[in-house]
Structures are given as C-alpha cells and as structure tokens.
Design a protein around this ligand. Structure first.
Ligand code: ZN
Length: 83
C-alpha cells in the first residue's frame, strides 16, 4: 500500500494559513507561497468548506480541480482493442 502523500496541505513557516500543494508543486494553488517542506495533514482531508487554518483560495481551487478530475475520469472510457 502506498502511503505517500502526493498532494495536500502544507504550512509555510511565515504563513498563518495552511496552503494546498499539488503533486510536485512547490507553489501553493493560490500562487502566493513557495514551500517545499512536508505536508502537514494527511492526503484526502479536503473538506467541503475550508477549515479555520486553511487558505480559502487554495481550498476553492483544490475542490474545483478534484471535481474536474472526477469528471475527466468519468468521461474517459476504456476501449477494447484501441491503440
Ligand atoms: Zn493558499
């Protein structure tokens, strides 16, 4: 089982809020925070609304990205014999 966290919240040292980082991304989704430190929460803690310590812009972008990914996954149907 792969427990590696690929995306999630990080807490930059100078920030008062947690910001959301995509896999391999050093800049938060809101585009304001460059940070390469560890994730501060486990993967999959993206609630419907941002927590008190969560950046609202990051949260909104992370949620919309997840919805877009889900829609994309549903739209890509595997086809047999396709090359
Ligand atoms: Zn942010």
């Amino acid at each position: 089982m792969d427990d590696t966290i690929h995306e999630g919240w990080k807490f930059p040292d100078l920030s008062r809020k947690a910001h959301y980082y995509k896999e391999g991304g050093a800049i938060s989704l809101c585009g304001k925070w460059l940070y390469t430190g560890p994730f501060c929460k486990s993967q999959g803690t993206l609630g419907e609304s941002p927590g008190p310590d969560d950046c609202r812009v990051c949260h909104r972008k992370a949620v919309s990205a997840k919805i877009a990914a889900a829609v994309h996954a549903a739209a890509v149907m595997p086809r047999e014999g396709e090359k």
